[in-house]
Every structure is written in C-alpha cells, then in structure tokens.
Design a protein around this ligand. Structure first.
Ligand SMILES: Nc1nc2c(ncn2[C@@H]2O[C@H](COP(=O)(O)OP(=O)(O)O)[C@@H](O)[C@H]2O)c(=O)[nH]1
Ligand SMILES: [Mg+2]
Length: 402
C-alpha cells in the first residue's frame, strides 16, 4: 500500500489532520511530544467511481463507494513533531526520521496562523513564522539523508572500485530511504556528480541529499489553521515562497469536527465535500450548533473545503501520479466470482501495464496470465497494454482458460 507520512513542527495540527483523515481517536493535546509513537492508520483517496457511468450498483470490498465517490485506502503515518537537531538525535529525532524516510510521499503541516514559536510552543497567533518552520523541517530531513549518505560513502567507494556502476552502488546503499533507481540517477545528474565518490566534498553530499530528498519524498505543504484570523496573510506568503510546491489551505480541526458529527449521525457529510447537511436540527446542543456554524463561516464559505481530503488526493494523484483501475473477474457482469460488482479499486502508477496490475493483485496471477479484457469494449488487451485511469479489466489466466 502507498505510504504517506505527516511531518511538521509540534502543535501545527499533525495529529488532528491524522485523526480527521483516518477518523481514529489518537491523543491530541498541546504539550510537546505527546505523540511518542508514530501512529499508523488508514486514510482514503477519493475519486469518481465508475459505477454511475456503467449504470451498476457496486459492492466494494477493498474500498468504499459513497454517493458515487470511490474511497481507496492508503497508509497514513503521524510522525511526532520534529525539532531542530532531530537529525542529530535531538528529541526522539532519529526514530521518527527513519520512519519518515519510509514514506512514498509526505504531507508537511505548517501552522499558517503563526500560533507556534520556532520550538513548536503555542504562542499568540501571528508571532510564529510558518515559512521558516517549513524550511527548518525540510532541513532536518535533508540532514538525515546527508547523514545516511555519509555513512555509506565508504561502501559505495568499494563497490565502485570493484566495478559497480556509480548509480547502482549509490542506489543499493540508500535502500533504507525508499529511494528508487530513477531518483538516484536524476539526483546524481542534477547535482553534477559524475565523479567518483572519493572526490565528493561535504557540499557535494549536501547538494545530492537535497535532490534525492526532493525526488524521493514528494511533499504537499499544508497551510493549517486557516480558520484563525491572520492565517490568510501567511498563506499568501507561503504560496509565494513555495511556488514550486502545492500549498494547500486547510483546517484540520474542521474536518475532524465534520467527520465526528457525521459518524454520530448529526450531519450528512462526504469527506472532501464543499458542504454538509444537518439531519436533525433539534438534536444538536448549543455548542454543536455553534461549532458547525463556525466551520461553515470560517472554513467552507471562505476556503471551499477543509483541505484535508484534497491534500491526500494531491499526494496520490498529482505527486505520485497514480491512476485508478478496477480489476474484475467477470468482464460482462463486472463482478468477482462471488458476483460482487466492481469489488476492488487499485491505485497504480501512470505507466503501469496489465502485467504490473496482475502482480499487484497476486504474484501467481502475474505468472499464469494470458491477456486481459477491457470490460467496456470487450476487447482483448495485451499484457503490455498501459492501463488508463478508470479502466475496468478482467485478467485471464491459464488456469481459468476453458
Ligand atoms: N484553530 C485551529 N486549531 C487547530 C487546527 N488543527 C489543530 N489545531 C489545534 O492545534 C493544537 C495542536 O494540534 P495537534 O494535532 O496535537 O498538533 P501536533 O503536535 O502537530 O500533532 C491543538 O490544540 C489542536 O486543537 C486547525 O485547523 N485550526
Ligand atoms: Mg501530534
């Protein structure tokens, strides 16, 4: 499963974001280091389901379909606040950074209202500087990468001396950071490091570390706490400063409130939606009415949505370039062998072909597959057919051939 890590300073709202996105109740509080363990949960990306287009009532198994929206699971990890010096072991830095390094993409939560100081302590809104906060955390991760690269430099040298390609040697030494070969190649080229590692200076290592981090940990930046008065000014500054990144205005607290209210049956709310509907006005307490009103006025009316679902979607569809594909066993009935209609939705990279989908479903299937059938047209697809977004396909394997 795709893994997304949440990073950021203490008190920026990481755990609130995590709880909202996963609707699991983890500890939320304002003391530094309340989250001592990385918290893992399931969040969902949201995409238009093919059920309406195909005119069927689906019965999802690995995902959910709400009002024609398919929600597909991804793993979300809440990392306790990183602080300056985490890479050297400050706080519980080492452990958390090694978890962050295992992610496919990162969500970087910053407090756009400026309610935290440089150390992540709550302060008067407007005093903090979210732009510097973002740079601080990025630097921690780069330093962590640089440290790992430094540590492995001798091994890389040895491998190169005994005939290995530079790319290959570096790639193997960075296995713990979930870096792909393609990232290593690009990062080496971009940092102009064609020379043998023996000649790499400290600065070369830093430049390379920054490039590998950027490539292997694509990141969306969350301008959180947009409900607080002076957040919009900081949000504009952040957008300007981080022009090359997605900066998403968000209010994690509002998303959490909406999902909890939906869970309790007070409102109708589909995660990511621009609106909610109160189901029974009379059942709400004065406080609940006030809270829902606050969410409407301060968040939805101003920023369209809470940004939480949007951020997860951005990560998966824009940064990681995933398509959604619906494998079925019976191409005519669009079902599995139990008769369940459109049971599964898989996230696969843009470039993935039928073989890769088969591998994703089951290693055995990849070995025995013959071809696939496009459910919409009934056409036979070769195993190297590159899948398109929203394809519905049936994979035909040798054992099933009659
Ligand atoms: N106003 C406002 N407060 C928020 C928002 N998100 C989180 N908070 C508050 O910020 C504080 C820190 O939140 P928490 O999720 O524990 O931050 P973490 O340390 O980054 O995990 C808590 O008091 C939250 O209620 C938001 O969107 N708006
Ligand atoms: Mg936390």
């Amino acid at each position: 499963m795709i893994r997304v890590g949440i990073i950021g300073k203490t008190n920026t709202g990481k755990t609130t974001f995590f709880n909202a996105a996963t609707l699991l109740s983890a500890e939320v509080s304002t003391y530094p280091f309340t989250t001592k363990q990385p918290n893992t949960g399931t969040a969902y990306v949201r995409t238009i389901c093919v059920c309406r287009e195909l005119g069927v009532k689906d019965e999802p198994r690995n995902s959910a379909c709400i009002d024609g929206w398919r929600f597909i699971p991804v793993e979300l990890v809440d990392l306790p606040g990183l602080i300056k010096g985490s890479w050297e072991g400050m706080g519980l830095g080492n452990r958390f950074l090694s978890v962050a390094a295992q992610a496919d993409a990162l969500i970087h939560v910053a407090d756009a209202s400026g309610s935290i100081d440089a150390e992540g302590r709550l302060t008067r809104p407007g005093l903090g500087n979210p732009i510097l906060d973002v740079y601080d955390i990025e630097e921690e991760i780069t330093m962590w990468f640089a440290k790992s690269i430094h540590k492995s430099l001798k091994t890389v040298m040895k491998r190169v001396e005994s005939g290995a390609q530079l790319e290959e040697a570096v790639y193997r030494s960075l296995a713990g950071l979930r870096v792909k070969m393609d990232h290593v190649e690009k990062a080496l080229a971009r940092s102009g490091l064609e020379k043998p590692p023996k000649k790499w200076s400290e600065k070369d290592v830093m430049v390379f570390a920054r490039e590998v981090r950027r490539l292997s940990k694509p990141t969306v930046i969350i301008a959180n706490k947009m409900d607080i008065a002076n957040a919009s000014e900081n949000y504009e500054r952040m957008r300007e400063e981080f022009r090359g990144s997605f900066v998403i205005p968000a209010c994690s607290e509002a998303e959490l409130a909406l999902r909890r209210a939906e869970e309790k049956g007070f409102i109708r709310y589909v995660p990511g939606e621009e609106k909610f509907q109160v189901l029974d006005e009379a059942k709400l307490t004065k406080e609940q009415r006030w809270a829902l009103n606050y969410v409407q006025e301060r968040v939805l009316s101003r920023w369209v949505n809470t940004g939480v679902q949007f951020a997860i979607n951005m990560c998966i569809f824009k940064l990681l370039n995933m398509n959604t594909v619906y494998p079925v066993e019976d191409a005519k009935r669009l079902s599995d062998h139990m008769g369940r209609i459109l049971p599964d939705a898989f996230l696969i990279p843009y470039s993935a072909d039928v073989k890769e989908l088969a591998r994703e479903i089951h290693t055995e299937l990849a070995k025995t597959m013959l071809y696939a059938i496009d459910a919409r047209t009934g056409l036979r697809l070769p195993t190297d057919y590159v899948l398109k977004d929203r394809d519905v396909v049936s994979i035909v394997a040798a054992a099933r051939k009659k």
